[in-house]
Design a protein around this ligand. Structure first.
Ligand code: CLF
Ligand code: SF4
Length: 296
């Protein structure tokens, strides 16, 4: 028989398309309510969506919390399988705590069944965890690309923390410390935590195995290793620096190495911050928005 904790976890996993392949018949909606970010990643171009969770290259239109709830109500009517509401950008949800929390709370009011999900770089997580728990968030993603500041300083040019813009090793160490603090606290609080890692050849590929070991030690639920998208056409810093993307073989190898200590997610679609629908079967929002107005 499952323990109370384990059966609670199983229920959380079953209806989430990202946390288990079995959840593929369910859909998610991302609410693009969070424009600002508190760090800079070399794989991000702030003109586009957050590469935390999103493929760069397409701008998503920001929504106010009120407009976001209207969109949810409309989408839920057309796609009743919508079981998860996620906030994943286009910046960092926790760098926009007002809009993020207002949206989550408003969703709870119109639908108490839907699962709330947040994706963050983790810098502000320890400070925001209580509010997230209070809002009913139980699914969390933290993007952790390394736990070594020498590697981190090649990924993050700056981190804005405690009213100071940090650079170099100090920036990376601060981010890593905050990510691990937040990871530990979130797991302790009972959240189901996924960790996303962007695989960057020559930068963190040799470090994935030890990273995964540490994530396993902390008790993270699942690990999602995503290939870097560095097409210069997207204008990311890595693209401009000539950083290449990993090959399929390199991605498989990293997943195999990390798989020794962490359950691997291999069906990620690197969604936009305004993605809607089942994974890999995104819905045409424009067509939906032009249909009849939502009743709220
Ligand atoms: Fe969205 Fe992310 Fe929640 Fe899923 S996406 S906030 S955990 S509801 Fe999923 Fe999309 Fe991959 Fe993210 S397929 S990019 S892992
Ligand atoms: Fe861009 Fe996301 Fe990194 Fe912020 S955390 S810089 S939005 S990829």
């Amino acid at each position: 028989p499952l323990s109370a904790q384990a059966s609670k976890q199983a229920a959380l996993v079953a209806k989430h398309p990202c946390f288990s392949k079995a959840g593929h018949q369910y859909a998610r909606i991302h609410l693009p309510v969070a424009p600002a970010c508190n760090i800079q990643c070399n794989y991000c171009n702030r003109k586009f969506d957050c590469s935390n969770e999103t493929r760069p290259g397409v701008v998503s239109k920001l929504l106010s919390p009120a407009a976001a709830v209207k969109r949810f109500v409309k989408v839920k009517k057309h796609v009743p399988e919508t079981q998860v509401v996620g906030i994943a950008g286009p910046g960092d949800p926790l760098a926009n705590p007002k809009a993020t929390l207002a949206s989550l709370k408003a969703i709870e009011k119109v639908d108490t069944d839907v699962h709330l999900c947040v994706s963050t770089n983790g810098l502000a997580l320890a400070d925001q965890l209580e509010s997230l728990m209070e809002a009913g968030v139980r699914h969390l993603t933290i993007t952790i690309n390394c736990i070594d500041a020498d590697i981190g300083q090649r990924i993050y040019p700056w981190v804005y923390f405690n009213q100071r813009r940090l650079r170099g090793r100090e920036a990376a160490q601060t981010l890593i410390d905050r990510q691990l603090l937040g990871l530990e606290a979130a797991i302790k609080a009972g959240m189901l935590v996924k960790v996303n890692t962007v695989l960057i050849p020559g930068i963190n590929d040799f470090h994935i195995e030890s990273l995964a070991k540490e994530l396993g030690r902390y008790g993270a639920f699942i690990h999602n290793i995503m290939p870097l998208i560095s097409d210069p056409a997207h204008g990311t810093y890595f693209g401009l620096m000539g950083q290449r993307e990993p090959t399929k073989q390199e991605l498989n190898l990293a997943r195999e190495q990390a798989g020794q200590s962490m359950q691997q997610m291999t069906h990620c679609q690197q969604c936009r911050a305004d993605a809607v629908g089942k994974l890999g079967q995104d819905i045409d929002l424009a067509a939906l928005e032009n249909s009849e107005p939502a009743q709220v």
